[in-house]
Design a protein. Structure first.
Lengths: 743, 173
């Protein structure tokens, strides 16, 4: 091998252990939710509220006096009809994931973060109250505290109130904002609530426990959009990959994505081969392996033996047949020889009759026949004994050719004609043989010369071969380019082609011809016909030529590979570049070679740049085509420009509070701290913190708020009673610190 | 069908709430017809109602100044129905200009577009790396010549899908 081949320890292929595989989440049914049996504790107690965190990711339901929600489930409902049983099933929440039928039939109650499908919502409420174990007649008998979207449209709230008051006879309903409840739970009083949840991101300044909704801002990006974004990216990264499920993508975002501290710097070096192993995550998707039957050595030996056996049998049979034939021929020979002997003693008349009986015309033919037989017997004997027989070719004679026609009878003339043909054939054969010999000699000489040249002047030889190779490569490339250009309608090559076609098809005499020379001279020059070659898009000649060039290229490359120390396998045409230096390979397949035959590897996705690219969108929404400013820009605009009072502003700096599912991304808080620091005034005092539980604190806050205030003035000022509903209409709300305002 | 068909049917039967007894629910409750509206429908209705009320109030004030001919009451009644989208939009604009702090609604709390061009970087559409170049033909951004070769080899319409990821694709209507 070439010496450079040994100098490649930098290739990461050898030292790398097999990659750590991450298995993708398999959608599975978590099991049914049991119905609570302790409702007796709360029955008839109007001071215990049912708290519902009505989020687009999960609905969480529980009692206000408890520290955690009783049930949490995705806000979906599958209503599907089993035709065999003639029965309609209504499955809510996780139960809808029971099997693929119900999963595909499931519908979400939410459109973005607003409840829009109230049929589903009604089922969700049914399910919630059932699972809480409520068994009161006509009405749930407990006040309801429910979260809703920031600036929930009136229609949605109105329909929800109608549902709660009319279908469930709720004594009162209080609406509040999930993010503000979460802030309340975490002891916040004045600060900026930054709630990035499933479908949206909200920024709400809070002063003295009251949300300033006039300054609230929404960014249309949340975890669900991130999942969608990743799905799109992966579909483009691995086109033709087997089907993936939204749940799988969700789990990928949850498990592997994180927020980069310095996006640009980290991204620039993300695909560096040397350290890619730390960042690249190989995700194994399920697949069914097509098992190729592996035969054991024993079996293989047996098969080989069997094959040999049958071969031997065939050989034996053939030998037997040959022997029989030989015997027959020998007998025949003996018989004919005997006939010849006898003929010598017989009269001429008898002899000719005898011969005629045997199918011979004269004695000469008999002799010829005997000669032929002898020859064939000898040949087959030699073959049996393994003797190579040097066939001495006898030079055929053409005796009749020299005799003039006048001396021949009609038969003779015929024979002479045949002989003349034979002679011509013979001579042509000879000529060809000589020519072949000459060509062989020439090639040999050439090879010798080349050998000599290579021995004497290796460098010159190499450079010559290299230039030949480069020429071929360039030519092939040019061909390729032309082909690609022809596929583009607007390229010069295709324009020229269209022009040529139009010219050929037109009946109008061209300008040139009109100028005098009236004759159509097309075809007078052989090169004229080349035009047809040029306008054909798929040219068979050209393809043949291409193939020839390819084979020539291969032979030259083989020679170069053998003698040129600088020509390695990597420099082969079409061998592709070294995968370990390929950016695309790193992007698609990580830091190990890829074997497309390997079923497991073909069903793997590599997450690398996506791990930071997906969560980054919240800082730069334009990356995902969202025409809004990033979260930091929105926050700084809010903090620096919209809040005008200096003292208020400074107290808000001190408590920037993160909640919602997005806050679970590793590094989110840290990144916000550094970037917000960079936009705040110099040495401004500020603090960033994350909710204790970014997912559940909204519910816990609502429960805490209800527990502490129930029956008090704040409670009364916030809740809509049945009387309010009847008197003031279904779209009536009361404004309070943690709720929406009248829009 | 799936081999676990009976098992999943049993699961469905166990979790089905269609016929579960719901004593807390009103027996007379009937949901309103067509109560499901998607967000877009809801928002358009909100907008229309708002614009109509503003227009009506404006028409009244304008009528009182005497600058133009007063509009009879009968015409006013039909105004909300006939108000064109353009009129509504301009009415809304006037409102947001006149009132110094409009009440927050679902429609107006959207964050504004970025005012700092520096905040939107150029990233390779294929690999996500910082991109130094733009392919003039497909308008895709790319990081290096290897990625460019990939872009050249993309099939028809695939480049548009890449553009669609960042919302830069051209949509013909």
């Amino acid at each position: 091998m070439s010496p450079t081949a040994t100098e490649q320890p930098s290739s990461p292929s050898s030292p790398n252990p097999p990659p750590k595989l991450y298995y993708v989440y398999e959608p599975k049914f978590p099991g049914s939710t049991p119905q609570a049996d302790d409702y007796s504790k709360y029955r008839g107690d109007e001071n215990v509220a049912v708290v519902i965190d009505n989020g687009s990711w999960n609905t969480r339901v529980g009692w206000s006096t408890e520290s955690a929600p009783r049930i949490a489930f995705p806000p979906i409902c599958a209503k599907y009809r089993d035709r065999k049983l003639a029965r309609t099933f209504t499955l809510v929440g996780n139960d809808a994931y029971a099997d693929s039928n119900s999963r595909t039939a499931s519908k979400n109650a939410f459109d973005v973060n607003v409840v829009s499908n109230f049929d589903v919502m009604e089922n969700i409420l049914d399910y919630s109250f059932l699972k809480l174990g409520i068994d009161d007649d006509e009405g749930i008998g407990h006040p309801v505290v429910m979260t809703e979207a920031l600036c929930n449209p009136t229609y949605s709230r109105k329909t929800m109130s109608e549902l709660l008051f009319e279908a469930y006879h709720a004594p009162s309903v209080t609406y509040g904002l999930d993010s503000l409840f979460s802030y309340h739970y975490n002891g916040g009083n004045t600060g900026l609530v930054l709630s990035s949840s499933h479908t949206t991101t909200h920024l709400i300044p809070v002063v003295n426990g009251k949300g300033i909704l006039s300054m609230a801002t929404r960014l249309n990006w949340g975890c669900s959009q991130a999942v969608e974004f990743l799905t799109k990216l992966l579909a483009l990264k691995y086109p033709g990959f087997p089907k993936t499920y939204p749940q799988q993508m969700e789990s990928l975002v949850q498990e592997h994505c994180y927020v980069s501290q310095n996006y640009k710097a980290e991204m620039s070096g993300y695909l560096e081969m040397g350290s890619l192993d730390e960042r690249d995550r190989a995700i194994q998707f399920p697949f069914t392996e097509i098992v190729k039957e592996q035969k054991s050595e024993e079996e293989l030996a047996r098969i080989a033996e069997r094959r040999k056996e049958s071969g031997r049998r065939l050989q034996e049979q053939a030998a037997k047949m040959r022997l029989e034939k030989l015997k027959k021929k020998e007998e025949e020979l003996l018989y004919y020889q005997h006939l010849l002997e006898r003929g010598k003693t017989e009269t001429k008349k008898n002899l000719s009759r005898l011969l005629e009986n045997e199918g011979f015309r004269d004695e000469a033919q008999l002799e010829k026949r005997i000669k032929e037989l002898e020859k064939s017997i000898r040949r087959s004997r030699n073959k049996d004994l393994g003797i190579e027989e040097e066939e001495e070719e006898e030079i055929p004679t053409f005796p009749l050719l020299d005799t003039p026609d006048e001396d021949l009878d009609e038969d003779g003339i015929k024979q002479k004609k045949a002989q003349r043909l034979l002679k011509a054939n013979y001579e042509a054969r000879l000529r060809l043989r000589v020519e072949k010999e000459k060509e062989r000699e020439r090639l040999r000489l050439e090879a010798e010369k080349e050998e000599e040249r290579r021995a004497n002047d290796l460098e010159g030889w190499i450079s010559e071969k290299r230039s030949m190779r480069d020429g071929l490569v360039a030519k092939l490339k040019e061909r390729e380019q032309r082909k690609t250009q022809l596929s583009d309608r607007k390229s010069l090559a295709s324009l020229n082609r269209m022009k040529a076609i139009a010219h050929l098809a037109s009946d109008e005499p061209t300008r040139k011809r009109r100028r005098g020379n009236d004759e159509d001279t097309f075809g007078a020059d052989d090169d004229d016909w080349a035009i047809y070659r040029d306008i054909a898009t798929v040219n068979e000649d050209e393809e043949e030529e291409d193939e020839e060039m390819q084979t020539e290229l291969k032979s030259i490359e083989a020679q170069l590979l053998r003698y040129d120390p600088n020509f390695t396998e990597d420099s082969l045409q079409g061998a592709g570049t070294d995968w370990s230096k390929s950016l695309i390979h790193a992007f698609l397949r990580g830091c190990r070679p890829f074997d497309p035959e390997n079923q497991a590897e073909a069903n793997q996705m590599h997450l690398n740049v996506e791990r930071i690219r997906v969560p980054e969108v919240i800082f730069e929404p334009s990356m995902a085509g969202i025409d809004q400013a990033g979260i930091v820009e929105v926050a700084s605009e809010l903090l620096l420009n919209r809040i005008t009072e200096k003292e208020q502003r400074e107290s808000i700096y001190k408590d920037i509070f993160l909640t919602g599912g997005y806050a679970l991304f590793q590094g989110f808080e840290e990144r916000l701290r550094t970037t917000i620091m960079s936009v705040l005034p110099f040495e401004a005092e500020f603090g960033v913190r994350t909710a204790k539980d970014p997912l559940l604190d909204a519910w816990k806050g609502a429960a805490l708020w209800s527990k502490t205030n129930i029956g008090g003035p704040i409670w009364e000022g916030a809740r809509i009673t049945r009387a309010d509903f009847d008197e003031k209409g279904s779209d009536y709300i009361k404004e309070h610190n943690l709720g929406n305002v009248v829009g | 069908m799936a081999p676990n068909n009976t098992a999943s049917t049993a699961l469905h039967e166990a979790n089905d709430i269609t016929n579960a007894s719901k004593p807390f629910k009103s027996t007379t409750w009937k949901p309103a017809a067509r109560r499901n509206k998607n967000l877009k429908q809801v928002l358009t209705e909100v907008n229309r109602a708002q614009a109509a009320s503003i227009m009506a109030s404006q028409v009244q004030t304008e009528a009182n100044t005497g600058d133009n001919t007063p509009i009879p009451e009968s015409t006013l009644a039909g105004l909300s129905a006939r108000a064109s989208a353009a009129q509504q939009a301009s009415a809304l604009q006037k409102l947001s200009l006149s009132a110094n702090q409009p009440a927050p609604t679902y429609g107006n709390i959207d964050a504004a577009p970025s005012l700092h061009p520096a905040n939107s970087g150029h990233w390779c559409d294929i690999t996500g790396l910082p991109a130094g170049y733009i392919d003039p033909k497909t308008k895709l951004r790319y990081a290096n010549k290897e990625v460019y070769a990939v872009i050249r080899g993309l099939g028809q319409g695939v480049s548009d899908q890449f553009l669609a990821v960042r919302g830069a694709n051209v949509i013909l209507k």
